[in-house]
Design a protein around this ligand. Structure first.
Ligand SMILES: [Fe+2]
Length: 294
C-alpha cells in the first residue's frame, strides 16, 4: 500500500473496556511475547451536575494491568476527544508509561486556548505530553512494532495507531453500520476525513480495526472490532460505490443537524492539557463554561 511499515505477522492481544456513559472504548494492547502493554484512549468519569470526577473506568484498566502483571509503556490518545475526559495522568501516576498524542495538538491548544481565554501559563506547545507523534512515527511496545498515521478531518490532531495487525482508528471510522465521525469541530474537514479514511482503507483487508466509539445503531449490541475488508464493503458512509463528493455532501449536511456533545466543554479543557484538570488562581481544580460561544 504505502510507505508505512505494516507488519501483519505481529498479533497484539487487545482487551477492550467499554465506557457506557460516553460510548467510548478504551484498550489495553499487549505484546504477546513480553509483559509490555499500552493503553489507548482512557476515560475519566465526570458528573457535571454534581461537579464531580471519579476514576471507576480507569481503575478497571489499572486493575487489569496489575492483575496480569503488565508493564505499561505507553498511554496514547488518538486525538483530543470532545465527548469524554482522558484519565491519562491518573493512570500514569499509578503505573508509569509515556503519554503520547499527535503533533497537531498544538493547533487544538491554540484554538481552544483562545476559546477558553487561557492565560500564558497554558502552554500551546504540546509539552503537557511526553511524546508528540508525527505522520509515520514509529515506536515499540515490548517487541511489537507500532506506527502512526496522521488522519485529520474529525480534528487536526487525529492519529491512527497501527500495532502489528491491529489498527486503533480513533474517530476516523465507526463500525460499518455507524459510518464515520463528524467533521464540524474547529479544524475539522469532511474532505480531509475522506482522504484519511482512504489511508486507513489502504491497509491490508485483514487488518483488525478497533473503534473508539460505538453507539449500537438500529438497536444492535455494542461492537468495536471490524476489519479493513469489512469497512470497504459495508461502511454506510464510505463503502463500495460512494464517491468523495457523495461523502462530503452527506457529511456536511448531517453535521449541520448535530447538537454539541454533552461533555464538550469539560472534555476540551481537560484533554488539551493531556488530561490534567485546570485550576483557579488558588490552585483549586475548576472548569470554565464560556457561554454562547459554541
Ligand atoms: Fe472524537
Amino acid at each position: 500500500m504505502s510507505d508505512y511499515p505494516v507488519n501483519m505477522d505481529q498479533k497484539p492481544q487487545v482487551e477492550a473496556f467499554f465506557d457506557e456513559a460516553t460510548n467510548t472504548i478504551s484498550y489495553v494492547v499487549k505484546d504477546p511475547d513480553t509483559n509490555a502493554c499500552a493503553v489507548i484512549d482512557s476515560v475519566m468519569d465526570v458528573d457535571m451536575a454534581a461537579g464531580a470526577i471519579t476514576y471507576v473506568h480507569a481503575d478497571r484498566i489499572i486493575e487489569y494491568i496489575r492483575k496480569n502483571d503488565l508493564d505499561l509503556q505507553w498511554i496514547i490518545e488518538t486525538h483530543v476527544h470532545a465527548d469524554h475526559l482522558s484519565a491519562a495522568p491518573y493512570i500514569q501516576e499509578k503505573l508509569g508509561g509515556k503519554m503520547g498524542v499527535g503533533e497537531g495538538i498544538t493547533i487544538v491548544q491554540d484554538v481552544f486556548g483562545k476559546f477558553f481565554n487561557e492565560g500564558t501559563e497554558f502552554q500551546r506547545d504540546g509539552s503537557q505530553f511526553d511524546v508528540l507523534f508525527k505522520d509515520g512515527s514509529t515506536y515499540k511496545i515490548g517487541n511489537l512494532d507500532a506506527f502512526v498515521m496522521h488522519t485529520p478531518g474529525h480534528t487536526p490532531a487525529c492519529m491512527v495507531h497501527v500495532i502489528g495487525d491491529a489498527a486503533f482508528v480513533g474517530d476516523t471510522l465507526f463500525m460499518p453500520d455507524g459510518g464515520s465521525a463528524r467533521c464540524d469541530f474547529p479544524g475539522g474537514s469532511a474532505e480531509e476525513l475522506y482522504d484519511s479514511i482512504q489511508k486507513v482503507l489502504s491497509l491490508p483487508d485483514d487488518m483488525r480495526l478497533f473503534m473508539c466509539h460505538d453507539y449500537g445503531p438500529n438497536g444492535r449490541n455494542i461492537q468495536w472490532e471490524t476489519t479493513v475488508g469489512a469497512e470497504k464493503k459495508h461502511n454506510i458512509h464510505v463503502g463500495l460505490g460512494k464517491t468523495k463528493a457523495d461523502f462530503i455532501k452527506f457529511r456536511t449536511e448531517r453535521d449541520a443537524t448535530l447538537g454539541m456533545p454533552k461533555l464538550i466543554i469539560p472534555s476540551l479543557q481537560v484533554n488539551m492539557r493531556a488530561g490534567a484538570i485546570p485550576t483557579d488562581e488558588a490552585g483549586n481544580p475548576q472548569l470554565k463554561v464560556p457561554l454562547n460561544k459554541l
